[in-house]
Design a protein. Sequence first.
Length: 280
Amino acid sequence: MTVAYVLAIVVAYAVTRAAPVEWSSLAKIAVADLAATIVVFVFSFALDNTSVYDPYWSVAPIVIAAWLALVPGAGRGLDLRQLVVLGAVGLYAVRLTANWVRGWPGLGHEDWRYVAFRKHGKWYWPISFAGLHFFPTVMVFLGCMPLDAALTGPGGFGVLDVLGALAVVGGTMLELVADEQLRGFRKAKTVDGAICDVGVWKWSRHPNYFGELTVWFGLWVFGISANAPWWAAIGWIAMVGLFVGASIPMSEKRSLARRPQYAEHQQRVSMLIPLPPKKT
């Protein structure tokens, strides 16, 4: 896995170096992102495990941010906004990647969502590339677009930067707490079909997803603070659509099938935004 990602980063950097000078930063990142995704896909195919791609979601943002802050403006130094953005994105990347490392049992395991697609037989790998590699890469790229303005635009540091930092760091910490509470619940669970309703899970059925969306919202706020164009919001909007329209419904359907009391749990606990549980 380390070899796959180091090679992907090296190839991505080489692509940015080879790209025409007149290309914008976002254009260079888009092509480099595609090249890196293809490298990771080759490893997924060779190892017959689409979960090889899983860390891409958390590794790509900090690589993109570092390139925007350091490479195009080499020698001009880092201002306060750049340092805060890099620190916030770095915290998110390290936390989420470490959580993946801690929870992934090895190449003998593949995410249950990917396993479901294997019923398509010979079409599995084309589907894997298009839907499970390329599509998430596009989503992450869209979510990272505000970083172009935040890290290469006008300097300064204001109230919106503080809000952006609070959103990214707060969302990251919420994910950390949610994942640790879920891990502890799973270790202590003695009954099959039990539902995690401890800590933040009492207030939201998907607090980790809410934290994730808060992080991407924070990146957009950073961009707005640096005069990002209005269309930079498409990344965060797309993330909301992905989680609310696909990720959460898939998880809910699986929980309903595996946990007899989950329908009642749905009535009491908010789906996404943490809210006090309803009384029944």
